[in-house]
Design a protein around this ligand. Structure first.
Ligand SMILES: NC(=O)c1ccc[n+]([C@@H]2O[C@H](COP(=O)([O-])OP(=O)(O)OC[C@H]3O[C@@H](n4cnc5c(N)ncnc54)[C@H](O)[C@@H]3O)[C@@H](O)[C@H]2O)c1
Length: 351
C-alpha cells in the first residue's frame, strides 16, 4: 500500500484525488495547501487525516511515499526537487517549471534519486493518443515530417494566478501550448529540436468587459492582474527535418473556439483533436478513415485516471515511466526559447 499526499487543492487536484481514492494500492493520507480554509474543507470532504499548510512539513512525514504536486506553476520545480530529495516519488503537474534553470535542478534531483519522477503530460494518457501511438509505431503513417496544433480560445483568460506572470510564467503558451507541443513531439518520436521561431502578442487584454458570454475562470478568479500574452505562435524545427507549428490563445477576435491537432507522415496522416481520424492512400484513392472506437475525442476523466494509475504502477515497479521529468525539461527548453524568440524577434538555435 502506497501512502500518498496531494499538494495544492484547487481545481485540478480533484483529478488526482479521485483516481487515488479508486486505486486499491493507495492510501490517501495527507493534503497540503497554503489556503487554510480550502485545506480544512478538502480534508473534511475526503476524510484525509494529515493536513499541512507548508509542504516542507508534509515532506518531513516519513510515512508518505508519493506526492502529487498541483500548485501554481511557480512552485512546481521547488516542491518537486524537495520531494525527490526527501525520498518521495513525484507526479508534478505541467509545466515542470517556469524557468529552464529550475527545470534543470529538478532533472538533476530526479537523476540523483531512485524515485519515480513523472510530469503531468496527461494528453499522453488519453485512449485516442494510445491508439494513434500504436498506429504510428506500427508504421501506418510512415515518417512524420509535419505537425500542426491549435488551441485558440476566443474568450478564456482564466484570471487569478493564470494571468499573473510571476505565478504562471506566462499565458496560453505555457498553459495550453505545453500540452499540444508535448503531445505532437511525443507522437513524432521525440525528435531533437534545433530551433524555434515564435511570436507573442498582448493586444486584447483579458476582456473582462465582455458581457453575455461565460468562460472558464480560475478557482480564485480575479481579473485585476493580467501581464501575460494573449496569443502565441511558434514554428519548431527538428534535427530530422520535421517541423511543428503551434498557435494558442486566451483571447482572439474569432468566430468560435478552435482546437485541432494534426500530424502528417509520408504514408498517412492523422487528426487527434477534435477527434481521432486517419488519412491514407489505398488503391490510388484517398481514404478518410473513421476508427470505430468507444471515444474518438480526448476523455479528460479517463486520461487522468490512466495517468495517476500509471504513476502508482511505476512507484510499485510494475511499469516503465511514460512521462519522465527529462521530457518535462525538454519541453521547458522549447517554451522558454519561444518567449526568448518573441522578445528578441529572432529565431533561437539550440546547441
Ligand atoms: N493537466 C491538465 O490538464 C491541467 C489542467 C488544469 C491545471 N493544470 C495545472 O495544475 C496546476 C494547478 O491548477 P489549478 O487550476 O488547480 O489551480 P487552482 O488555483 O485552482 O489551485 C491551485 C492550488 O494550489 C495552492 N497553492 C499554490 N501554491 C502553493 C504552495 N506553494 N503550497 C501549497 N499550496 C499551494 C493554491 O492555494 C490553490 O488552492 C497548475 O500548474 C496548472 O497548470 C493542469
Amino acid at each position: 500500500m502506497l501512502k500518498v499526499g496531494v499538494i495544492g487543492l484547487g481545481s485540478i487536484s480533484e483529478h488526482h484525488i479521485n483516481p487515488y481514492l479508486k486505486n486499491d494500492d493507495v492510501e490517501l493520507v495527507a493534503f497540503c495547501d497554503i489556503n487554510e480554509q480550502r485545506l480544512k474543507d478538502k480534508g473534511q470532504q475526503y476524510n484525509v487525516p494529515k493536513l499541512y499548510s507548508d509542504y516542507r512539513e508534509l515532506l518531513n512525514d516519513q510515512a508518505i511515499d508519493a506526492v502529487s504536486i498541483c500548485t501554481w506553476n511557480n512552485s512546481h520545480a521547488e516542491i518537486a526537487e524537495a520531494c525527490l530529495q526527501a525520498g518521495k516519488h513525484v507526479l508534478v503537474e505541467k509545466p515542470l517549471s517556469i524557468t529552464l534553470e529550475e527545470a534543470d535542478k529538478v532533472k538533476k534531483a530526479a537523476e540523483e534519486s531512485n524515485k519515480v519522477a513523472q510530469v503531468g503530460f496527461v494528453r499522453r494518457f488519453g485512449n485516442n493518443t494510445k491508439i494513434l501511438k500504436e498506429f504510428i509505431d506500427s508504421g501506418e503513417l510512415g515518417e512524420l515530417y509535419y505537425a500542426k496544433a491549435s488551441i485558440l480560445r476566443r474568450l478564456g483568460n482564466p484570471g487569478g494566478w493564470f494571468s499573473d506572470k510571476e505565478r504562471s510564467g506566462g499565458g496560453p503558451l505555457i498553459d495550453l501550448g505545453v500540452h499540444v507541443i508535448d503531445l505532437c513531439w511525443y507522437l513524432m518520436g521525440k525528435p531533437k529540436p534545433i530551433s524555434v521561431s515564435g511570436n507573442t502578442y498582448s493586444r486584447l487584454g483579458n476582456r473582462n468587459n465582455i458581457k453575455n458570454l461565460d468562460f472558464y475562470k480560475a478557482a480564485d478568479y480575479d481579473p485585476i492582474k493580467n501581464d501575460v500574452e494573449d496569443l502565441a505562435n511558434v514554428l519548431i524545427r527538428f534535427e530530422n527535418g520535421a517541423s511543428l507549428f503551434v498557435d494558442v490563445s486566451f483571447t482572439l477576435h474569432m468566430k468560435k473556439d478552435e482546437t485541432s491537432i494534426k500530424l502528417y507522415g509520408d504514408q498517412g496522416g492523422a487528426e487527434i483533436e477534435p477527434e481521432l481520424l486517419l488519412v491514407k492512400e489505398m488503391n490510388n484513392t484517398i481514404m478518410n478513415i473513421d476508427p470505430q472506437i468507444d471515444k474518438k475525442a480526448f476523455d479528460y476523466r479517463q486520461a487522468f485516471h490512466s495517468e495517476v494509475n500509471h504513476f502508482i504502477d511505476c512507484c510499485l515497479g510494475r511499469s516503465v515511466l511514460l512521462a519522465p521529468i527529462s521530457d518535462g525539461y525538454e519541453i521547458m527548453k522549447i517554451l522558454t526559447a519561444v518567449y526568448e524568440s518573441a522578445e528578441s524577434k529572432r529565431e533561437i538555435y539550440f546547441t
